[in-house]
Ligand binder design. Structure first.
Ligand code: ADP
Ligand code: MG
Length: 663
């Protein structure tokens, strides 16, 4: 195999053959053969030696070379798990789940036994777990109860090149912990070559380059960018399917809604294919896809069929799916964007970086030469930024600063950031935490702040949940928070718009989406999750099941804090909306004389999203759950409020005599 050349160390020493202790099952034999075929397998000894010899190492290797699945097993074989658990962090929950399952299979153990995963609202680990896949957010949270990470012998920060907010914070935390715990191994893993930054940051840590295996990929560019890239993806996919020989197709999109739409479109169109055309199997994969439905994407494609995988950027470097020969790249991704001047965060669909585009095309060439169809022009590619900006530079920092404070880091400005966020955005976050009551006048964590940090929610929602006790509406608030944490409650089939609209009216509440969501969950509970009821009402049973599950866990958390979760406000919904305002006070928009909406903070023009029950209505003031920028800046999940509630519910924010935006 060809090793990458611009590095300090090449690893291709012969590893020892794995000894089999007992007669292996056919599945175990197949998995063992697949392991041995991975480029990384031959380097087992060399990699293990390097890690055992150094405190910190950086491992760089092409996506699919076996870093995430194999290196924890190498370290286990070397005896490191006798000293403590190995943690492997992932930016995405779907990667943590699917990879943990895979590794449990490879080791021939049950998930949750030796290998497990831990993500928010779902922990499969047990006292016997030695290899623990987890989201970066979960490890950050564990620092609250175990600030030296004493249970762990090694921390593997995977997908480091993605530079997610939480992984960035973990860099600084584990580096500080290692100063006191010389025995703790830190392993940084990245799929892109620019490992120098990581090495420098971790006191010139050793960089190990793992040989990759990549076949050539022919890339095609569109003559010009299409307005509707979902439609363009549909056309490209069918063209490939009709004209090109076998091999699965991977389509990159930006989120669940698009994926669901395209899946429906493909399935509708597939009915009209000539009979000699291979059958199409569409498999979606995105962060919130329930664990039991993720497995489908990894199942081998049956002969005579073609799999079309619709994915967010989770398939860019986090997970590897075999059988892909064709990639369709829309060139877009949904990212968080933050304007620290006005303290406004929103989700934006925007063009990806060159590095991402190259990773995406690389997915077509893992097993054989492949093809990548970019739905944007060559000039558009040339104008893309080389790399995307680390998330820490473009999001609201309140949640991580609360966690830092609660983990004992008081000086959040002087924290050892790999890339320092702007002073503005740190100050904005501190102000927001202060206004939420999480910080005292001297900037230290208040007792409310400590409670807020314990809840597995954004500080805004932690505050709301805790406040629900005072507003006597905990039962409703917990349901609504659970519903807000799942995507896509209602769905609208193209051919049944009318019926779907009618069905939705049954739950509609004119106070807005929050109460409407509450009504839906209440209905679902009253029929005990009946699937027929979901279909009749055009409601996603998948999402509702998940919401109920989240609700259960929030109830456990709340009861532990001494909050009675059965307290209800009955049919008077004002307390619920006021309670939301005690947390969401920054997310308020007012109607202007011209009938537009302007945000209270920053005076930005925003619109009511068509999916809202308030669409077409013109209330004077609304609160919203999030901003989503597509063609316009849309508010999503919106409810009507009274302007005079602002002072009552957020006196620390609105009671200063001047508009916060004016400063
Ligand atoms: P890397 O971390 O270097 O990108 P991985 O360790 O994730 O590589 O992948 C190694 C191999 O394991 C790939 O060939 C991939 O197809 C396979 N693999 C990983 N997860 C799964 C899964 N859930 N199901 C089936 N195969 C998997
Ligand atoms: Mg990986």
């Amino acid at each position: 195999p060809s090793t990458l050349t611009n590095g300090s160390q090449h690893v291709h020493k012969e590893g020892k053959k794995h000894k089999r202790k007992h007669q292996a099952s056919p599945l175990a034999q197949r998995l063992q053969a697949e392991r041995e075929a991975l480029p990384i397998y031959k380097a087992q000894r060399a990699i293990t030696d390097e890690i055992m010899r150094h405190q910190s190492v950086v491992i760089v290797g092409e996506t699919g070379s076996g870093k995430t699945t194999q290196i924890p097993q190498f370290l286990d074989a070397a005896g490191l798990t006798q000293q403590g658990i190995i943690a492997i962090t992932q930016p995405r929950r779907v990667a943590a789940i699917s990879i943990a399952k895979r590794v449990a299979d490879e080791l021939g153990t049950k998930l949750g036994d030796k290998v497990g995963y831990s993500i928010r609202f779902d922990d499969t680990t047990s006292p016997s777990t030695k290899i623990k896949y987890m989201t970066d957010g979960m490890l950050l949270r564990e620092l609250l109860s175990d600030n030296k990470l004493k249970r762990y012998s090694a921390i593997i920060l995977d997908e480091a090149h993605e530079r997610t907010l939480r992984t960035d914070i973990l860099f600084g935390m584990v580096k500080a912990i290692q100063k006191e715990r010389k025995d703790l191994k830190i392993i940084i893993m990245s799929a892109t070559l620019n490992a120098e930054r990581f090495s420098q940051y971790f006191d010139n840590a050793k960089v190990i380059y793992v040989a990759g295996r990549q076949f050539p990929v022919r890339t095609f560019a569109a003559v010009q960018r299409q307005e509707d890239y979902v439609d363009a993806a549909l056309v490209a996919t069918f063209q490939l399917h009709m004209e090109e020989p076998r091999g699965d197709i991977l389509v990159f999109l930006t989120g669940q809604e698009e994926i669901d739409n395209l899946q429906k479109l493909i399935e509708e169109n597939a009915r009209n294919l000539p009979p000699k055309c291979p059958k199409i199997i569409v498999t979606p994969i995105y962060a919130k896809l329930p664990a039991d439905q993720q497995a489908k994407v990894f199942e081998p494609t049956p002969p005579g069929t073609r799999k079309i995988i619709l994915s967010t950027n989770v398939a860019e470097t986090s997970i590897t799916i075999s059988g892909i020969r064709y990639v369709v790249d829309t060139g877009m991704a949904k990212v968080r964007s933050y304007n620290s001047k006005i303290g406004m965060e929103s989700l934006v669909v925007q063009p990806i970086s060159k590095a991402s585009a190259r990773q995406r095309s690389g997915r077509a060439g893992r097993e054989a030469p492949g093809f990548c169809y970019r739905l944007y022009s060559e000039e558009a590619f040339d104008s893309l930024p080389e790399d995307s900006e680390p998330e820490i530079m473009r999001c609201n920092l309140a949640s991580v600063i609360l966690l830092l404070k609660a983990s004992g880091v008081d000086d959040v400005v002087g924290f050892d950031y790999m890339d320092r966020p702007s002073r503005d955005s740190i100050i904005r976050a501190l102000e927001q935490l202060y206004a939420l009551g999480a910080l005292n006048d001297d900037g230290r964590l208040s007792s409310l702040g400590r409670q807020m940090a314990e809840l597995p929610l954004d500080p805004v929602y932690s505050k709301i949940l805790i406040q629900s006790k005072a507003f006597k509406c905990t039962k409703e608030v917990i349901s609504i928070i659970a519903m807000l944490s799942v995507d896509l409650v209602f769905y609208t089939p193209n051919d049944k718009r009318e019926q779907a609209g009618q069905a939705r009216k049954r739950f509609m509440n004119y106070d807005g989406d929050h109460i409407t969501l509450y009504n839906v969950l209440k209905g679902y509970q009253s029929v005990h999750g009946d699937a027929g009821w979901c279909t009749e009402n055009f409601i996603s049973g998948r999402s509702l099941k998940q919401a109920l599950d989240i609700r259960k866990q929030l109830v456990t958390f709340a009861e532990r804090m001494g909050i009675d979760t059965s307290v209800s406000c009955g049919t008077d919904f004002d307390p619920i909306l006021k309670c939301f305002l005690t947390g969401c006070f920054q997310n308020v928009a007012l109607r202007t004389p011209t009938g537009e909406y302007k945000t209270m903070i920053g005076n930005q023009t925003v619109f009511i999203h068509p999916s809202s029950v308030l669409f077409g209505k013109k209330p004077v003031a609304v609160l919203y759950n999030e901003l989503m920028h597509t063609t316009r800046q849309y508010m999503r999940n919106i409810s009507v409020i009274q302007p005079q509630w602002l002072l009552e519910c957020a006196p620390q924010y609105y009671g200063r005599g001047e508009a916060p935006a004016a400063r």
